[in-house]
Design a protein around this ligand. Structure first.
Ligand code: TNX
Length: 765
């Protein structure tokens, strides 16, 4: 063999081994789903000589893509004129939607078209999601392919928001940027920054140094849950604030991602931290400290000139920092107790011809609104700002159900939808008992996904007032940024699709598969997401059969009915399980013999009520329908620690009447009722109920008192055996009259609002 030949061989070998590793093409998996996405034959390949061409209009978005690619491909990218091997940005005036764009890829080019920089920016976000994930997972020199596609896209709503409470717990600037970055990837465009509350003031206001010295710190923080008894505190000083310089930096960072930041400065309630620093702003002579636990406090700004001057000065500095057309002024949960007994507040009521303290709240908000309007800004407030007359230009953030939203939209106000039932990401997301401690409630991914922000009561014209939805992260129980991520993801992915994707283009099972794919992206981004995709769900159908399902594709469910743990050899679930006796179902999602998620456990109790006829005089609230009336006698109890699952029925303020008729008269020994009790979420077990038992010889009625305590479950066992002579009487039907608890008392979370009643299985033995 000649030396030349050897050299040639080794050269070829070197060349071969230097070749960039190829990454296989994955089918597009974009979140939020575009309005239309067509996969075409072929692909575009990014190699070392691929360039970017700008149509001049989109320098900002071009640079965003350029820096992304430079980091990910480890090479510099040129922007220059080219017709082939090019990612090409083009201005297209025919795209009329402000944030719309199109993408067309073929072998020669990736063509991104928009008529605004926002549109071009969202085209870039989609393009980033079309790139193979391996790129983000390892920064090696890969040969990258993008599938040939034709995408046409624009948002459903102009407001697409995420909120973060930094008062209860504080998160550093680095994390705020990470949160904003994730929002941008999901095409969210508004960050609602909840900067002040009872437990800490987090924005530097130069004119009032005590806000930094005093209001920004609390002496101690509640440990464990608010409902724990006794309550324990860590006795450690906690706090901090963002300097104006840091805030500017965050605003610029968000702006570069087409995200507007709405600052929230709470008033007149949730102001204890500010009043701790400047007691003269309060309405009582008693001195207060920055709050060390959660809830609603009576401390409130006094509606005098000194307070308005303070607030106007604060807002001046806020407006100087934030270019947002909206300023959020809170307005929620402002107990009126102190105003009732304050001579100053009563004087303001008298002088201004106001009817009561509710009109005083409205006067307060309207004064601030006028001030902000005079500076060219509009206010947003929580839906309590509707009470006592709405400020004229205000946008309402509807959180207590949707009634406020309907009222506001009908009277011509813009509305942002953020109801607790679908938008509170501080609620539990799984029924697993070992979830990290959360405030309470239950909001599963699927429920977020299925949220329709347009209330049914609105006409098409009125519906235009709903400018969009928002996910809220209240951080009482999120002490670290890891925990914020756990609660925010993947629910933020679902909310992004609620906000962006037209209802007819939404599909939960497609979404779930894209979420599963997105897991890898979140790992690459170091996001501590929650994974409940590999859980089993069960439900009882009309034919008294129990069905199991799981959300993601390509897995199997294995189950047992005798209470034992499912294994790789347990029966594979193929058809519904008949419910004719007590069942103890255990099921898991398996792939290749491996259990993926947690084991699902369900007891089915074959009691005497199962299969009877049931009616309720009121429909459960549409946010908490459980499994309807029949769900109260389906043999399945609701969760002991979360209301809001498929078994608990929620009624808001209604007295309810439930009637159960048996197929034939039966002997009954005992009737058990279960009520949920979570006063922090406005859920109150009733204090009593009436029971009516219908027998052949007439009706027996009784008044039953319920225990009063802080337990999350309030149980009533009604024993019929104690009635002498009743043992052998057969019952045809049963009726319950259950009065609602009533109005939530002062001093409690939600004071002045109607309480919720939550009831689940009625067990008849
Ligand atoms: C109610 S939503 C609040 C917050 C709490 C939250 C906890 C709203 C306007 N007020 O102060 O953090 O519930 O879920």
């Amino acid at each position: 063999m000649s030396a030349r030949f050897l050299i040639l061989c080794s050269l070829i070998l070197t060349l071969l081994s230097c070749r960039e590793p190829e990454i296989k093409l994955s089918s597009p998996s974009v979140i939020p789903a575009p309005q239309s996405l067509q996969v075409l034959p072929g692909r575009f390949t990014i190699d070392q000589s691929t360039v970017i061409r700008n149509a001049d209009d989109f320098t900002h978005s071009v640079n965003f893509l350029k820096s992304f690619l430079e980091v990910e491909t480890n090479r510099s990218w040129e922007t220059k004129y080219a017709t082939e091997n090019v990612i090409l940005f083009e201005f297209d005036p025919s795209i009329t939607a402000a944030e719309g764009y199109t993408i067309e890829t073929n072998a020669q080019q990736v063509l991104l078209k928009a008529s605004t920089d926002a549109g071009a920016f969202y085209a870039v976000q989609t393009l980033i999601q079309l790139l193979p994930l391996e790129l983000e997972k390892s920064k090696e020199n890969h040969l990258l392919h993008i599938p040939a596609v034709a995408i046409k896209d624009e948002p459903r709503f102009s407001y697409r928001g995420m909120h973060l409470d930094v008062s209860r717990h504080l998160f550093d600037v680095e994390f705020i940027k990470k949160y904003i970055d994730a929002m941008a990837l999901l095409k969210m465009n508004t960050f609602h920054w909840h900067l002040t509350d009872d437990q800490g003031w987090r924005i530097e206001i130069k004119r009032y140094p005590k806000l930094q010295e005093i209001a920004a710190y609390r002496d101690s923080t509640l440990m464990g849950h608010y409902n724990d008894s006794p309550r324990l505190y860590d006795t450690k000083k906690y706090g901090g604030f963002y300097t104006q310089e840091e805030i500017r930096e965050v605003i610029a960072f968000a702006k570069a991602r087409h995200i507007n930041i709405i600052p929230e400065i709470e008033m007149p309630g949730h102001a204890q931290a500010a009043i701790a620093a400047y007691p003269e702003l309060g309405c009582t002579p008693e001195k207060v400290n920055v709050a060390t636990e959660w809830g609603v406090f009576e401390t409130i700004y006094c509606p005098d000139e000194e307070t308005f001057t303070f607030l106007e000065n604060v807002l001046d500095e806020v407006m100087e920092l934030f270019p947002s057309p909206y300023i959020h002024i809170g307005g929620d949960e402002a107990p009126k107790t102190q105003w009732k007994s304050s001579p100053v507040a009563q004087q303001v009521i008298k002088e201004n011809g106001l009817k009561d303290e509710y009109e005083l709240q409205s006067y307060f908000i309207q004064r601030i609104e006028k001030y902000l309007n005079s500076k060219g800004r509009n206010i947003i407030g929580w839906d309590e700002i509707l009470e006592g007359g709405l400020a004229p230009n205000a946008t309402v953030m509807s959180w207590r159900g949707t009634t406020g939203a309907v009222e506001a939209a009908k009277s011509g106000h813009d509305v942002i939808m953020t109801p607790t039932s679908h938008s509170y990401f501080d609620y539990y997301q799984s029924e697993n008992e070992n979830e990290p401690t959360a405030i309470g409630g239950f909001l599963a991914l699927e429920k977020v996904y299925n949220f329709n922000p347009i209330p049914k009561e609105l006409t098409a014209e009125e519906a235009k007032r709903i400018i969009g939805p928002q996910g809220n992260l209240w951080t009482e129980y999120m002490t670290t940024s890891d925990q914020v991520e756990y609660m925010a993801f993947p629910r933020m992915l679902a909310m992004s699709e609620v906000a962006w994707t037209q209802a007819e283009n939404k599909n939960y099972s497609s979404f779930i598969n894209r979420v599963e794919y997105f897991h890898q992206r979140m790992e690459a981004l170091d996001i501590n997401y929650a994974n409940h995709l590999y859980e089993v769900k069960g439900f009882l159908n009309d034919q008294q059969q129990y069905k199991l399902s799981t959300a993601s594709l390509g897995k199997e469910i294995r189950f047992t009915t005798d209470g034992s743990k499912p294994t790789a050899t347990s029966a594979i679930y193929k058809q519904a399980i008949p419910f004719t006796k007590n069942l103890s179902i255990n099921a898991g999602v398996f792939k290749e013999g491996k259990l993926l998620g947690k084991v699902f456990k369900q007891q089915l109790l074959y009691h005497k009520g199962v299969g009877a006829t049931i009616t309720i005089n009121k429909e459960p609230n549409k946010s908490y329908p459980g499994s309807g009336a029949q769900g109260l006698i389906n043999g399945i109890k609701g969760s002991d620690s979360r209301y809001g699952d498929s078994e608990w029925l929620g009624f808001w303020g209604d007295d309810i009447e439930i009637e159960i008729t048996f197929k034939e008269p039966i002997l009954v020994d005992e009737i058990k009722l279960r009520f949920y009790n979570a006063t922090g979420q406005w859920v109150y077990a009733p204090e009593k109920y009436y029971i009516f038992l219908e027998t052949k010889n007439g009706m027996i009625s009784d008044l039953v008192g319920l225990p009063k305590n802080d337990n999350t479950l309030i149980l009533s066992n009604y024993n019929l055996k104690r009635f002498k002579g009743f043992e052998n009487k057969k019952i045809n039907s049963l009726k319950f009259n259950i009065p609602n608890y009533g109005i939530i008392p002062e001093g409690k979370q939600g004071a002045g609002n109607k309480a919720w009643t939550f009831i689940d299985e009625i067990i008849i033995n």
